[in-house]
Ligand binder design. Structure first.
Ligand SMILES: C[S@@+](CC[C@H](N)C(=O)[O-])C[C@H]1O[C@@H](n2cnc3c(N)ncnc32)[C@H](O)[C@@H]1O
Length: 248
C-alpha cells in the first residue's frame, strides 16, 4: 500500500475543515507521511498522528515517501488523463507538493515525536473519546476491496470509539474501481443501529474522478462496549489532554 504525504490544505479541503473544527483535538488516522499534524501544530492546533508504519519507520519514512514519489512521477505523467487536475495543476505540482509535505512530516516527527504514535486499526492505542474529531484519509474505503467489509466495520467502530464528536472518512470510493464502496449503505445502516448517525457530503477536493465525497459519522451518542481484554496501550494519552486543561 502506498504511503502518501498530503498536506494541511489537502486535509482542509478533503475533510471540509472549518476554523471551528481546528479548535478541537484531532486524530489523523492513518497519517502516513502527511504534513497535516506538522502544519496544524504550527497553527496551534492540537493534533496527533497514528499509523502502523511508525512502528517500523519514523524519521526515515518521510525520506522513503519522497523517493517513492519521485519514482512514481513518470507513471503519473503517463496516466495523467486518468486524474482530475483542478486541485493540483499538473503531475509536477503534485510531486513537488508531496515532497515538500514529506519533508515537513520528517522534520516534525523528529521535533515532536510524541505527536506520532504507532498504532494499527482496528485496535488503536487510545482510550475511549480521546479526541474530538478523527480524520481518516485514503485507507478504509479506498482499499476496501482488499480489506473486506468486516475490517471496514471494525475500523469505523474503532475510530468512533476514540472520537467524542465526529469521524470523517475520505473518500468513500474504492481506489481500484473509482466507484462508491458497494458496502457503504450497509455499513451506514449497521452503524446507525449502534447509535452512530452518518451523512455523505460532497467536498471541494477531487483527484480521482468521482472521488469527492466525505463520510461524516456522528459519534456523540455512541458508547463502545467494554473491551474484554484491554489492549496493552489502550490508555495512552501522548500529549496533554486539552479538555482536561480547559476543565471541560
Ligand atoms: C495512502 S496512505 C494515506 C496517508 C495520509 N492519510 C494521506 O492522505 O496522505 C495509507 C496509510 O495507511 C496506513 N495503514 C495501512 N493499514 C493500516 C492499519 N490497519 N492501521 C493503521 N494504518 C494503516 C499505511 O501505513 C499508510 O501510511
Amino acid at each position: 500500500m502506498l504511503v502518501s504525504a498530503r498536506s494541511f490544505a489537502d486535509y482542509r479541503a478533503m475533510f471540509a475543515l472549518t476554523d471551528r473544527d481546528l479548535e478541537q483535538r484531532i486524530l489523523d488516522c492513518p497519517a502516513g507521511a502527511a504534513s497535516f499534524v506538522a502544519e496544524a501544530g504550527r497553527r496551534g492546533v492540537d493534533a496527533v498522528a497514528v499509523d502502523r508504519e511508525y512502528a517500523f519507520h519514523r524519521e526515515e519514512l518521510g525520506l522513503l515517501v519522497e523517493l517513492e514519489t519521485r519514482f512514481k512521477r513518470p507513471a503519473l505523467v503517463r496516466e495523467a488523463a486518468d486524474f482530475v487536475w483542478s486541485w493540483y495543476a499538473d503531475p509536477d505540482e503534485l510531486v513537488c507538493q508531496w515532497i515538500a509535505n514529506a519533508r515537513l512530516f520528517r522534520a516534525d516527527i523528529a521535533a515532536r515525536p510524541e505527536r506520532y504514535l504507532a498504532g494499527e486499526l482496528p485496535e488503536l492505542p487510545f482510550a475511549d473519546g480521546s479526541f474530538d474529531l478523527v480524520l481518516c484519509s485514503h485507507l478504509l474505503f479506498s482499499y476496501g476491496n482488499r480489506l473486506g467489509e468486516d475490517f471496514l466495520r471494525a475500523g469505523l467502530l474503532e475510530l468512533a470509539r476514540v472520537a467524542r464528536s465526529e469521524v470523517r472518512v475520505f473518500p468513500v470510493t474504492v481506489y481500484d474501481t473509482g466507484e462508491r464502496h458497494p458496502g457503504l449503505d450497509r455499513l451506514r445502516e449497521d452503524l446507525d443501529g449502534l447509535g452512530i448517525g452518518s451523512r455523505v457530503e460532497r467536498v471541494a477536493y477531487e483527484f480521482q474522478p468521482g472521488s469527492d465525497e466525505l463520510l461524516v459519522l456522528s459519534c456523540a451518542g455512541y458508547r463502545a462496549p467494554a473491551r474484554t481484554a484491554p489492549c496493552g496501550t489502550a490508555a495512552v494519552d501522548p500529549v496533554r489532554w486539552r479538555h482536561r486543561e480547559r476543565g471541560a
